[in-house]
Design a protein around this ligand. Structure first.
Ligand SMILES: CC(C)(COP(=O)(O)OP(=O)(O)OC[C@H]1O[C@@H](n2cnc3c(N)ncnc32)[C@H](O)[C@@H]1OP(=O)(O)O)[C@@H](O)C(=O)NCCC(=O)NCCS
Length: 336
């Protein structure tokens, strides 16, 4: 028998780019005033400490899958592709309601992406940026030519609305992008990492198996050491963002937009100061009306900037995800 030590590989494109963008925002708006009584807080305190005025809350019918489907359909239309052309569907989520089936397989089936591989990705608040990097890798390796990347979250199922340190921070929603093979590259190298030694700073109140043994305790919900996360984000994320700019071979003045994970407006402000971005760089501040939607913040904020007319297709934007894990991820992309 002959030994075979070389196999065929798919043709490899020069690069990849984001070509379509879509979102889904649940209809129900929850203002700060509706949350403050349960946590002895005020609209002023929440606005001043987080920059949040309101957030969206999913209805009973809005699942991670249904919101992801709506955002995906909009992204597919925006990219002017057919669902059957999609080779891979990735859903970044931390809040899908079943371990199996996974969300991406259901989304793929629902939208008619019948020729696509499908897998979920959980990197919490940096899930979208991780997903861009994973999509890029699948495209430039030749495994896929068109990828649908979805960030979809139903955070409110896992929030204790009596916990004053988290009740006002989070929201629900979904965003999706189409990423396609391209003759010219428009997704810069990812700069990423994680620090599990600080994972207790954002965690579930109890693991599922503990809750199963004692269901009299509160349903598992997000707990957070807010100040620790705040200090970590402000102290550690600026060098990551600068490294992503450097790795992409551009300078801050080449950027049109900075789209960080929407965790707290004061974190965004501190990062903007640290990065010394030129005045012409538009800063995403979607947290004001959306809260923190975990893996959905970056595509939602991207769409808000585009809808406002502040950015256009092809503009360079710095994406920066950070949060649970504690994981982080950044890259420069041309906007869809
Ligand atoms: C949660 C967060 C907004 C709290 O803001 P903060 O400025 O750190 O607030 P502190 O926890 O220091 O509390 C300050 C004071 O406000 C009080 N307080 C806390 N929560 C409050 C609330 N919801 N309403 C009113 N007062 C509140 C505290 O008791 C404290 O009072 P004291 O000074 O009398 O002791 C902030 O820490 C944060 O956003 N952290 C990062 C969160 C994040 O990014 N999470 C997701 C990561 S992906």
């Amino acid at each position: 028998m002959n030994a075979i030590n070389e196999l065929k590989s798919n043709p490899r494109p020069a690069g990849a780019r984001l070509t379509g963008l879509g979102t889904y925002r649940p209809k129900k708006i929850v203002k700060n005033e509706e949350l403050v009584a349960a946590i002895d807080s005020s609209d002023e305190w929440i606005r001043e400490r987080s920059g949040i005025k309101e957030r969206r809350m999913a209805s009973d019918d809005d699942t991670v899958v249904s919101m992801g489907v709506a955002a995906s359909r909009a992204a597919i239309k925006d990219a002017n592709v057919d669902a059957s052309e999609i080779d891979l569907v990735i859903c970044s989520t931390a809040t899908h309601d079943t371990l199996t089936p996974h969300a991406s397989a259901l989304i793929a089936s629902e939208i008619g992406a019948t020729n696509a591989g499908a897998h979920d990705l959980n990197a919490a608040c940096s899930g979208f940026s991780y997903g861009v990097a994973e999509s890029f890798a699948q495209i430039v390796s030749g495994n896929a030519r068109k990828v649908l990347l979805v960030g979809s979250e139903r955070m409110h199922d896992f929030i204790n609305f009596n916990d004053r340190t988290t009740a006002f921070l989070f929201g629900d929603g979904a965003g999706a992008v189409i990423i396609e093979a391209s003759d010219t590259n428009c997704i810069g190298p990812v700069v990423w990492g994680s620090d599990g030694s600080q994972s207790e700073a954002i965690k579930m109140s109890v693991p599922w198996h503990d809750y199963k043994r004692d269901t009299s305790q509160p349903f598992p919900h997000v707990q957070m050491a807010g100040q620790q996360v705040f200090r970590w984000a402000v102290g550690s994320m600026a060098p990551i963002a600068l490294a992503a700019i450097h790795e992409a071979g551009v300078t801050p003045s080449d950027l049109k937009a900075f789209i960080p994970h929407q965790a707290n407006m004061r974190i965004t402000d501190a990062l903007v100061r640290e990065l010394q971005l030129p005045d012409h760089v538009v800063i995403a501040r979607d947290i004001e009306v959306s809260g923190n939607t975990t893996a959905a913040t970056i595509p939602l904020a991207m769409a808000a900037l585009r809808e406002s007319g502040a950015v256009s297709r092809g503009d360079l934007a710095l994406l920066l995800g950070f949060g649970g894990g504690l994981a982080y991820s950044a890259q420069v992309v041309c906007l869809p």
